[in-house]
Design a binder for this molecule. Structure first.
Ligand code: C2E
Ligand code: MG
Ligand code: MG
Ligand code: MG
Length: 289
């Protein structure tokens, strides 16, 4: 409205802002309700050992089916959960649910769960939460992997590194997720208490066409091997991408080419056919007994 004076603009602006604010509050209320009424579920995506073809690790991924809004992507609700602090209760539920699911799988298949920076805040004590879950469920700590991102690490490095070391002392493994994005630095790999690096899917999507990505893959895998870290590549979707990635020495490949995230009943039938044999042990990324 060209004729509006400043005051009207302001009125329109605040009305929009408050509508947005209301929408935020409604979304947050919906999330609380969803947690209470069990609308969240976990999907599971198997990670394959590229040599043996067996499944040794499975990533748990949150899914939200809202009764009226329909499917809501983690890319939408995880940031809200983080901002509101709901990620703590949702995150604890996720770890416990994933642990209970893993107990129904063969003993050498582990489960990998994403965790957010806010779950490491000192007044929450993720280490105690995880210890309690392992005690309650009886899951071997070795079968649990927690995935963190580099952005988590720069938030409060000393405190988080201390928590990671305590988790590893318990036997839980730590994976650095989405490696190669954001602030990626090779020095992280040397300094941080991690066991596994998960190379971001953008690498898989460019591996056939980019010499630079090939050079980076060669450097990262070489360094990881020298440091004794396991390497998983994410987001492999096509045969050419798979062929290109197979040239590197990898411990796990995750991507739509093998399997999409699925419900646990379907997963069980897949991994039962693909239980790792003893021969796959040296290259296995799973929870070898
Ligand atoms: P992420 O941890 O990197 O998880 C992998 C994502 O890549 C998943 O998306 C998965 O469905 C997708 N993916 C797997 N294979 C392929 C492929 O071949 N091609 C492509 N294009 N994508 C593939 P999803 O499930 O939508 O999750 C997105 C992100 O949301 C996750 O990325 C993670 O950062 C976050 N997230 C999911 N569940 C949780 C959770 O329980 N806690 C926390 N804190 N974050 C979660
Ligand atoms: Mg992940
Ligand atoms: Mg993640
Ligand atoms: Mg990732």
């Amino acid at each position: 409205k060209a004729k509006s004076d400043g005051r009207n603009h302001f009125a329109v602006y605040t009305a929009e802002l408050s509508a947005e604010h209301d929408e935020h509050l409604a979304f947050e209320a919906d999330m609380r309700e969803a947690i209470r009424t069990g609308q969240f579920q976990l999907a599971y995506q198997p990670i394959y050992n590229p040599r043996s073809g067996s499944v040794t690790l499975v990533e748990a991924l949150l899914r939200w089916e809202h009764p009226t809004r329909g499917h809501i992507s983690p890319a939408t609700f995880i940031p809200v959960a983080e901002r509101t602090g709901l990620i703590r209760v949702l995150g604890a539920w996720t770890i416990e649910t994933a642990a209970r699911a893993a107990l129904t799988w063969p003993r050498n298949v582990g489960v990998s769960v994403n965790v957010s920076a806010r779950q490491f805040e000192s007044d929450h004590d993720l280490v105690a939460v995880v210890a309690a879950i392992l005690r309650r469920t009886g899951l071997q700590p070795r079968r649990l992997t927690l995935e963190i991102t580099e952005s988590t690490l720069i938030e409060d490095a000393p405190h988080i590194i201390d928590s990671l070391m305590r988790l590893r002392t318990m036997g839980v493994r730590i994976a650095l997720d989405d490696f190669g994005t954001g602030y990626s630095s090779l020095s992280y790999l040397v300094k941080l208490p991690i066991d596994i690096i998960k190379i971001d899917k953008s690498f898989s999507h460019e591996i056939e066409v980019s010499r630079k990505v090939n050079a980076l893959m060669a450097a990262i895998t070489d360094l990881a091997h020298q440091l004794g870290l396991l390497i998983i590549v994410e987001g492999v979707e096509t045969e050419p991408q798979l062929a290109a990635m197979r040239r590197f020495s990898l411990h796990g490949i995750q991507g739509f080419i093998f399997a999409r995230p699925m419900w646990d009943d379907e997963l069980l039938s897949i991994i039962k056919e693909r239980v790792p044999s003893d021969r796959s042990k040296p290259a296995s990324v799973g929870a070898d007994p």
